[in-house]
Design a protein around this ligand. Sequence first.
Ligand SMILES: [Fe+2]
Length: 273
Amino acid sequence: MSEWEIEKIAGHCGARLKGISLSRASNSELQKMRSALFEHGVIVMPDQNLCPDDQIQLARFFGSIDVNRFFTPVSNYPAIAEVRTSPEQSAVIGGTWHTDHSYDTAPAMCSILSARELPPFGGDTHFASMSAAYGAMSHGLQKMLSNLRAWHSDDSFLNSNLGLANNPDAFRDPVLHPVIIKHPVTGVPCVYVNGDFTTHFENWSIEESTSLLAYIYRFVTQPIFTARVVWEPGMVAIWDNRLVQHYATADYYGHSRLMHRITVEGVPLKGFN
Ligand SMILES: [Fe+2]
């Protein structure tokens, strides 16, 4: 088994795994990688250059593939979503803080993103630790939020012109998740509301929910909770959607960018209280 190292890239989330080859890794190496994912929320591995079959095989180590019903699939690989920005696009997919698949009853546990074509600058992805954000809240706010659930909806994909598949059958009814979840593997409490898909608190009106949700979004995305991933050719990033939110930076207008994404099935989320 080859030796590889884990280097933290920020105080509260993010780690770089050096020396691992994902397409040749042994089972024990992959288990170590999975532990790093649950500890750091997002792990990045440079110089992987995974082919689509390698990426699918890697995803299957974590579980069954959760095929996204809105994204355009990669040609001949329906399990892989294409995250493409063309040079004339000023907005990008994921260009606001969000959690992938939170509109599902059992939201995807992790997303695996493989860099295929990068712009000459920019296009970094930011991550924010939802366990660190929870830990920094006052006891009073923690307690109040722990007693709430919130509705999540895929409605924000309506009228999207960002290359998302225009499929009216893809939409589902909104789902409820606890606002503070207990991480399904580690048990740590994590904030689980996001600006793209959360609509309002259970038994609250949308108007009543807006101010508190806006406060939470501002709070949880403070720079101290974040790590910034600067993409390199062939790099792979894996993040745990229960532990971090993420944000794609749309600062490379005039250039194209292509990433391949696979999401892995998760489980229904339980509250922390
Ligand atoms: Fe995303």
